[in-house]
Design a protein around this ligand. Structure first.
Ligand SMILES: C[S@@+](CC[C@H](N)C(=O)[O-])C[C@H]1O[C@@H](n2cnc3c(N)ncnc32)[C@H](O)[C@@H]1O
Length: 294
């Protein structure tokens, strides 16, 4: 049975793409195929290029999009590399969607080690051919390196203290599981363990995930090149789930606007409606930015 899946801010995204020539869309992060499904259903004459770095996401998306298989082409790659991986000559791209981070499926899979709420091996690699897992970072990186990762990618309060605690703990035995890491955070940050509040381990896990998957490396350059590969009037839709990535996208859009390459669409940035958040808690941190290529 397929689990219920709510693509984040789907109706807003469909509205943005409706005002294009609806020829070809690129879904850079197809995940479970939620957004792609609605794009193919709404824009009946369009084709779609579906990308994901994770082979298991591609597999699931292929099943979800089976009814549209003749209109979809799949690529397993990092979307930040699409200009090298895909031949854009002759492609008339109407819109491109980026919805990064991880899917619920990845988060809830106990084998992947993304969630502090499950007990599993510390892994967190989306692309399983990557050499360094979260466990390797936690057990081998220096105190200073760990503190930098927690600070830069998680905006963790007191990252030095957490890094020190991890180093002390691993003198006795390696920190191998998500549960062990969560417990170290809880020992330090027990006061913040209040019902209804985001667990303090969430930021630590986010920082490790971003670092392990090099999520922010190359986003600037990707945005800078993007308009040169899209049609005039094409639309760019970018969802972010944390302030660090959103700052990069905001800066990238502003720089393209100042060079006269895009217009930033209003009323964006937008957040999910209270109704959507009620239906899908995971959408609560989302922010959507959109632009049109000039
Ligand atoms: C939030 S989910 C996308 C959900 C999707 N929009 C849907 O409606 O089902 C994020 C997906 O993006 C993929 N992903 C994250 N970063 C990526 C990257 N740099 N390149 C390609 N895929 C990436 C993840 O593997 C995951 O499957």
């Amino acid at each position: 049975m397929q689990s219920l899946h709510y693509p984040v801010m789907n109706s807003e995204i469909i509205t943005v793409f409706a005002d294009t020539d609806q020829t070809l869309f690129i879904d850079c992060t197809v995940g479970l195929g939620g957004h792609s499904y609605y794009m193919l259903r709404h824009f009946v004459n369009s084709s779609l290029i579906a990308i994901d770095i994770d082979g298991s996401s591609i597999k699931k998306a292929k099943t979800k999009l089976a009814a549209f298989s003749e209109r979809v082409r799949f690529y397993r790659c990092n979307f930040l590399d699409i200009f090298e991986k895909i031949d854009f000559s002759g492609l008339k791209v109407s819109g491109i969607l980026v919805d990064p981070g991880i899917s619920m499926d990845q988060l809830k899979n106990p084998e992947r080690g993304f969630s502090h709420q499950l007990d599993s091996r510390l892994d967190m690699r989306k692309d399983r051919s990557l050499k360094v897992s979260a466990g390797e970072v936690i057990n081998n990186f220096s105190e200073a390196e760990l503190a930098r990762i927690f600070r830069e990618y998680g905006e963790v309060g007191n990252p030095e203290k957490l890094a020190k605690k991890i180093i002390e703990r691993r003198l006795f035995a390696p920190v191998e599981s998500t549960r062990q890491l969560r417990e170290i955070v809880e020992q330090l940050d027990g006061r913040r363990l209040k019902k209804g509040r985001v667990h303090p381990a969430a930021r630590v896990f986010q920082a490790l995930r971003i670092f392990v998957n090099k999520e922010l490396e190359g986003v600037d350059q990707f945005l800078e090149k993007l308009p040169d590969y899209l049609n005039r009037g094409a639309r760019i839709v970018y969802l972010t789930y944390h302030s660090i990535e959103d700052r990069i996208v905001k800066r990238g859009f502003k720089s393209l606007r100042d060079k006269g390459k895009i217009t930033i669409l209003k009323p964006f940035p937008m957040f999910p409606s209270p109704e959507e958040i009620l239906q899908n808690q995971a959408s609560r941190s989302a922010k959507l930015r959109a632009a049109e290529v000039l």
